[in-house]
Design a protein around this ligand. Structure first.
Ligand SMILES: Cc1cc2nc3c(=O)[nH]c(=O)nc-3n(C[C@H](O)[C@H](O)[C@H](O)COP(=O)(O)OP(=O)(O)OC[C@H]3O[C@@H](n4cnc5c(N)ncnc54)[C@H](O)[C@@H]3O)c2cc1C
Length: 279
């Protein structure tokens, strides 16, 4: 018989996770859909369920030592409204799902679901987010790119929980998040794009590009970005064809029910071109 457990504290959640396997539920906006059964019957879970959304200890957004730190049960609507939240993350959340969903959905759930179309993920990659995983054995802090390993796949252990995310505070003079979906709200991305640049005294100090839904995990290539650091703004814009050509072989989307690979690739590279040309 499957048990639904609501821990009263974070430490109880960690103890329970150490005792036996559980499926963690935060907002449930992915899991309740994935495990749905017939109309008017509850969703089906084959494993015990640990419901963590009510853990107030993990609901926070604060600035600590150069990072914005977001507790894992903070609903994305609260993240959206908080003045500490980076603008790029706000841009992604503001067009994520719908207000009702945003009051339940969490960024940790977006990470746990590990979909290449998850809207907060290109932002987390762009911002070099660090994911803090905790178990009773201790804490692991890993860059987001080392946490997600493929569609629906991650390295979070059975006895671990995403405790919080740490976003290094970054300065960008130009940044953009673009999402292409079937409609304006409640749509999963066909393709998404994030660009962030810091130009000071006409020198490119920082250049970051990420794509969602064009490869098995979010596409970000620091080796390509580094080629363009140190240029002037006009030199960067003048290299737009080269930049698009650099990314072309790595943009390898698939066909699925939402879109086809030709459309996704064309749109992704056009979004990159447009971002650079309009800097
Ligand atoms: C109508 C609708 C519209 C949607 N629109 C969008 C959209 O526009 N963009 C988008 O990106 N997504 C969208 N989604 C998907 C979903 O809302 C997001 O992925 C959301 O971020 C999931 O968060 P959650 O807390 O509800 O996750 P849950 O469903 O609770 O969990 C998802 C996964 O993460 C794991 N998990 C959750 N919290 C933790 C934790 N602290 N530690 C370890 N593992 C954890 C769970 O075990 C599970 O595997 C939509 C969903 C619906 C139903």
């Amino acid at each position: 018989m499957v048990k639904n457990v609501i821990p009263v504290s974070y430490s109880e959640a960690l103890d329970l996770l150490n005792e036996r396997p559980f499926k963690i539920i935060a907002g449930g906006t992915d899991l309740m859909v994935q495990r749905r059964s017939w109309a008017q019957t509850p969703p089906k879970f084959s494993e015990d369920v640990l419901y963590i959304f009510n853990l107030e200890e993990l609901k926070y957004i604060k600035e600590v030592d150069g990072y914005i730190v977001i507790g894992s049960t903070t609903p994305v609507e609260d993240v959206l409204k908080n003045k500490l939240t980076p603008n790029l993350l706000k841009a992604a959340i503001s067009i994520m799902a719908s207000p009702a969903l945003r009051n339940m959905a969490t960024i940790a759930g977006n990470i746990g679901n590990a979909s290449p179309a998850g809207d907060t993920l290109p932002i987390l990659y762009t911002l070099d987010a660090i994911i803090v995983l905790e178990s009773i054995e201790g804490i692991r802090e890993l860059p987001i790119k080392d946490v997600i390993t493929g569609p629906g796949k991650h390295i979070i252990k059975q006895n671990e929980i995403i405790k919080e995310l740490k976003l290094p505070i970054s300065v960008f003079t130009n940044s953009a998040f673009e999402k292409v979906g079937g409609r304006k709200a409640d749509a999963i991305s066909k393709v998404s794009f994030t660009g962030a640049v810091n130009i000071k005294d006409n020198k490119v100090l920082d250049f970051r590009i990420a794509f969602g839904a064009v490869s098995a995990t979010i596409l970000r290539r620091k080796d390509l970005e580094e080629k363009y650091v140190g240029l002037t703004k006009d030199e960067l814009i003048g290299k737009v064809d080269e930049i698009v050509a650099d990314y072309d072989p790595f943009v390898r989307p698939i066909d699925d029910q939402r879109s086809n690979k030709e459309y996704r690739k064309t749109v992704a590279l056009n979004l990159l071109r447009n971002f650079i040309e309009t800097l």
